[in-house]
Write a protein that binds this ligand. Sequence first.
Ligand code: CP
Length: 316
Amino acid sequence: MKHFLSVHDVADIPALVQKALACKAAPYTDKALGTNKRIGCLFLNPSMRTRLSTQIAAQNLGMEAIVFNVGADGWALEFEDGVVMNGNGVEHIKDAAPIFGNYFDILAIRTFPSLKTRDEDYSERYMTQFVKYAGIPVVSLESATLHPLQSLTDLVTITETFTVARKPKVVLTWAPHIKALPQCVANSFAQWMTAWKGSDFVITHPEGYQLDESFTAGATVTTNQQEALADADFVYVKNWSSFREYGKMLGAHPEWMPTAKSLLITNKAKVMHCLPVRRNVELADDVLDGPNSIVTQQASNRVWAAQAVLSTLLNG
Ligand code: CP
């Protein structure tokens, strides 16, 4: 593994999941692996779980983690090639990224999409330029289109939770929100689930919220939420804005918020969400506070997913 930007960087998905579970069982086995190694965690956008779990994972491996809130504390970065820098950008990525490459052994970056220009967001311009100019392994802490550490965590959580000798039925359902959100988590979860091939995977959303087919090919897609939820073993709840009418919210659809009642049709499904979650907008209290919610277990597993990835990169 040279970088960790998407599922395509992973040679053996089940092996990486098992590595994460091994880290969970024995967190300090590889404490010497990261001695005298440094990871730079650059945040152009806010984070709680990703930031803390990556720092803990690095420390478990004996690495030093330095967090830099580029968006709040750094110079405004310019990503346009050949531009006359007489605007807001103070430092070009061509100048900044090689310095990060010299300071650190691994670079981890969080950057969100603009949700304004689809082609620009889906070109992953920011992440691509960090990779191009830093010259060291780059880990995505969520990019314009994907959130691979979250998806690995999700797969680890499904694997450790489902112990029956058949494929689980996993449903990704769109849920309401008060503002337009990126498609990253949904894209990434779909990409990992279809690459894994270990589940009967269904995506459900209201009309107009179809995701980019390059991430969903191989999944069953339906706009009938109750039909999708029938007999589900896992329900992954997430909002995303429209891909087709890029970045737009196409109606509120409050009836799409899963509740204990609407989930009765499932196979007592375990309920997942990447968090943060807006209670009683995206997911009802009676689900989040009920016995089938595994959102805390899921968020806790962020440490082991990050540790498995950092350990793989450190091992070269
Ligand atoms: N799920 C997730 O990425 O959480 P944070 O935004 O808090 O990192």
